[in-house]
Write a protein that binds this ligand. Structure first.
Ligand SMILES: [Cu+2]
Length: 145
């Protein structure tokens, strides 16, 4: 009896097909993760807390946040690393979290600077965040749970 390693009978074409399916599945998974991460288009992504070090950025050419949703764990202090890459003179932005009343309001980060906000523990809920200078364009959902 001759022992052969698994898959040795596939031949070149078979091995190629297996490889392609793995590649396709990996690509589909990465695409799904990318869509979930950026939140652009498609159905609204679920936005769950992933630790107490949050991060949000204003890109170089926009008055827009790179995220439409932030999430933090309830009853735990957390930080928000805020990078403001906006080079324009009017590009001073901040983060204000509120539920009708203010839960947290951050200092403005001047254009081209970054700031780390330290936010105290928040109660569970679905809130709103915005930049107070550009509230109509720069806003999103802030989930605490
Ligand atoms: Cu702004």
């Amino acid at each position: 009896m001759v022992m052969r390693p698994l898959g040795a009978g596939l031949g070149f074409i078979g091995a190629f097909r297996v490889g392609f399916h793995v590649f396709a599945a990996t690509t589909a998974l990465l695409l799904t993760l990318a869509l979930a991460a950026c939140g652009g288009g498609g159905p609204a992504p679920t936005c769950n807390p992933s630790g107490t070090q949050l991060r949000i950025t204003v890109k170089e050419t926009t008055h827009n946040f790179d995220k439409e949703c932030l999430a933090a764990p309830m009853n735990q202090a957390f930080t928000i690393e805020f990078e403001n890459h906006d080079p324009s003179l009017g590009g001073n932005h901040n983060i204000h979290i509120f539920d009708g009343g203010t839960l947290f309001v951050g200092d403005f980060a001047r254009h081209g600077t970054s700031i780390t906000y330290e936010v105290g523990p928040l109660h569970a809920g679905t809130f709103r965040f915005q930049c107070d200078n550009h509230a109509a364009a720069m806003n999103g959902t802030f989930i605490v749970k």
